[in-house]
Design a protein around this ligand. Sequence first.
Ligand code: ARG
Length: 469
Amino acid sequence: MSSHSAGSNALWGSRFEGGPSDALVALSRSVHFDWRLASYDIAGTRAHIKGLLAGGYLTEAEYDKLDRALVALLERVQQGSFQPKPSDEDVHSALERGLLEIAGAEIGGKVRAGRSRNDQIATLIRTYLLDQANVIGGLLIELIDILVTRAEENLGVAMPGRTHFQHAQPVQLSHHLLAHAWPLVRDLERLHDWRKRANLSPYGAGALAGNTLGLDPNLVAAELGLAGPTQNSIDATSSRDVVAEFAFIGTLVGINLSRLSEEIIIWASAEFNYVKLHDSYSTGSSIMPQKKNPDIAELARGKSGRLIGDLTGLLATLKGLPLAYNRDLQEDKEPVFDIVDTLTVLLPAFNGMVATLHFNTDRLEELAPQGFSLATDVAEWLVKNKVAFRDAHEITGKLVSYCEQHNLQLHEVPDADMAAISHHLTPDVRDVLTVAGSIKARAGAGGTALPRVLEQIAALRKIAPKREA
Ligand code: ARG
């Protein structure tokens, strides 16, 4: 081991006369949060020594010894018998210490040739996030599957559709549930598209300008399962847009969950009484014995704010950073780790809540025609009978106003009173004054009519096939 003054196992320090102050060490340290990258760091190092072997910087025997040492180190990391020490600055320094302990300083000391922590960390964050994208993507597919299953179970159930949170037009509950599935499908697509940009290896970029050793970056990329090396060493070590994009997608997932959450919270209230939460996915109150609270939905709504904070914090860190690597970039990790942790703890609970939600379908059906939600059907019926829409709108408005004054629903207005409002309002209009008729009529592309909803289900099933129970 060298007698570096930055600490016995620091990766730098020989040009410094005194060691760093305790305050600097405490500030600089990232191993308490970047340790989760340990297995990715070891995978990177195993790929790198293959490159050193191919480049003639290691003999076969040295390579074998180092690779065995790295495998042993990985085992110790996974068992927890190798842990970072307070003197380790980051995951890279901790693992170098571990490698030197196993392989010995002489051969272990060859590993750092041709790489820098700058290209190393830029690679690790990518390989880590690529794995996390799979985990989050899997949970999203599960949620889409659950929403589609709930839609299949409730085909034909009508509910009030709202705009401005006021009754607007009746829709199928299935259609409404699927409306929450589609944004998640787009989030999945975003993750998929993000992979193209994330799936590249900065290894070989060195500190910023590339390496002089002629190491093959394609070899390292292939070893890491990445599509190829990045194109510009300065960009590779100093940009974090790949991290920011992942953070955005994760945040958007949270925002999408918060919208369904808000509805579930309202739906579960006594006044709405649209749904009942399953006991295992709701909580009680410590003082009010009668309470059944939608905590999962509330936490999802609350955590979406936290995700926005993570994303905006990360973006603020990146803003105005000159090229190339700056230590500010160490601050990219905690926000994106928090996004990963938040979603991976939230989604399983959220999915369970949606899977077990009980819909009070009788109540939904009963409320569907209320609030004059069939008024548009009347207006469109008039249009089909050759009344200009402008006039149809006015006639229907008068009909609604009459109903309000007489405390009637649209279908309850006597024929004579209807005719008095407009001679166009013949008794035939009653054909469209049913919820079922209204829903059936909305058969245009993407509409709430049964054939359109079944088409959506078929399309979504290609993305989220039904899971065996
Ligand atoms: N812990 C550092 C980070 O996360 C690793 C790179 C350190 N590079 C350096 N030149 N100090 O960014």
